[in-house]
Design a protein around this ligand. Structure first.
Ligand SMILES: [Mn+2]
Length: 354
């Protein structure tokens, strides 16, 4: 290997194409294509979750992937992809929504495990599976990396790892996959969790291409992976999510007018305002003015002697938010655990059918 490091490929993760965001994801990949051409990088690797809905794909989601892959391969780029958990109906099966696209020239799809020699670097692609099968497939990659131990070994995969930071900011402690499993690799690049994080010196959750809700940060884009195993993150242009906290006991009506003037109808940002303060003051806020200006509203009411009670006048109902809200509803009404679980199951099935 030469002394100066060279870029091997551009890595992206979790594009989650649905029936509503095809154009947005296409625009993100157009930026990735321009970056690849500008930096003379020939390969793009997608670290799983190409799709959002596990139950079924809309015609529009399928057609957008044809447009995206044709746009990238038509520009002379090779595109590699693995499956994420959202690309499959059954976690342990190799059946995947991505499989039919493998017949597009220039698109290289790995349903299980493959090692690709990229400029003398061993790049191991391992798709998502449930715990036991994943451990089995990963052990094939580990055996191959151990045989190649004089070379740089890069693993690209999609799964959870103990100690990783989850989408809600919590630290995962229940995964079967331990950090130690990855010691055979120089660098590990993981999709799955949408905010970036690093575990030890080796395992990188590279983060998704753009945020999907107010719970995710805006530090998102693509990662250049170099032939020495080092990484460099770059941000993409997208509509950002911003949350503003307003303490209603301290602001005047004029302040709120000014806020509305500056944030209402912002086309490049999703804006949410959290009104906090005493119950009476928060309830007196005319939220309809904000909602009609396209601003999401959350109310954080403090009742003396009680913890703050955060309720939502309007929240973006993504599938996760709905399931969470249902969970809170069951807790509040002390609904039996088994009944709540059954309800959650039906709710999830209904959401996946959308
Ligand atoms: Mn995932």
């Amino acid at each position: 290997m030469s002394e100066k490091k060279s870029p091997l490929f551009i890595l992206v993760a979790d594009p989650h194409v649905s029936d509503t965001n095809g154009q947005t994801v296409f625009d993100l990949f157009t930026q990735v294509k321009d970056a690849a051409i500008g930096k003379m990088i020939k390969r793009i690797v997608i670290a799983g979750d190409l799709f959002k809905w596990r139950k079924a794909q809309s015609l529009s989601a399928l057609m957008w992937w044809i447009k995206i892959l044709k746009m990238l391969t038509g520009a002379g780029l090779e595109v590699y992809a693995i499956d994420g958990n959202h690309d499959k109906v059954l976690a342990d099966s190799e059946d995947s929504y991505v499989a039919p696209f493998q017949f597009i020239k220039g698109f290289v799809y790995t349903s299980r495990y493959e090692m690709y020699d990229m400029n003398g670097v061993a790049v191991h692609l391992v798709s998502y599976f449930g715990k036991e099968v994943y451990a089995e497939v990963l052990s094939e990659a580990i055996a191959c990396a151990k045989k190649n131990k004089d070379f740089v070994n890069i693993l690209v995969s999609h799964n959870e790892v103990n100690g990783a930071k989850m989408n809600d900011g919590g630290i995962l402690a229940e995964s079967e996959t331990e950090y130690q499993a990855f010691k055979a690799f120089t660098t590990v690049c993981m999709g799955h969790f949408h905010n970036k994080s690093v575990l030890g010196k080796r395992v990188h959750f590279v983060g998704s291409m753009c945020p999907d809700n107010f719970g995710e940060d805006n530090d998102k884009g693509f990662t250049i992976v170099y032939d020495d195993g080092s990484l460099k993150a770059h941000n993409l242009e997208f509509k950002k999510y911003e949350t503003h906290k307003v303490s209603v006991d301290d602001v005047s009506a004029e302040d709120l007018d000014t806020f509305l003037e500056s944030y209402g109808e912002l086309s490049d940002t999703h804006v949410r305002v959290v009104f906090s303060g005493s119950k009476a003051a928060v309830e007196a806020v005319d939220t309809s003015r904000f909602l009609s200006a396209g601003i999401s509203v959350k109310l954080d009411k403090t009742v003396e002697g009680e913890d703050s009670d955060e309720t939502s006048a309007y929240i973006e109902f993504t599938d996760n938010a709905l399931v969470d809200a249902f969970g809170e509803f069951c807790d509040e009404r002390s609904i039996k655990k088994t009944d709540a679980k059954l309800g959650k199951k039906y709710l999830k099935q209904t959401l996946e059918k959308q």
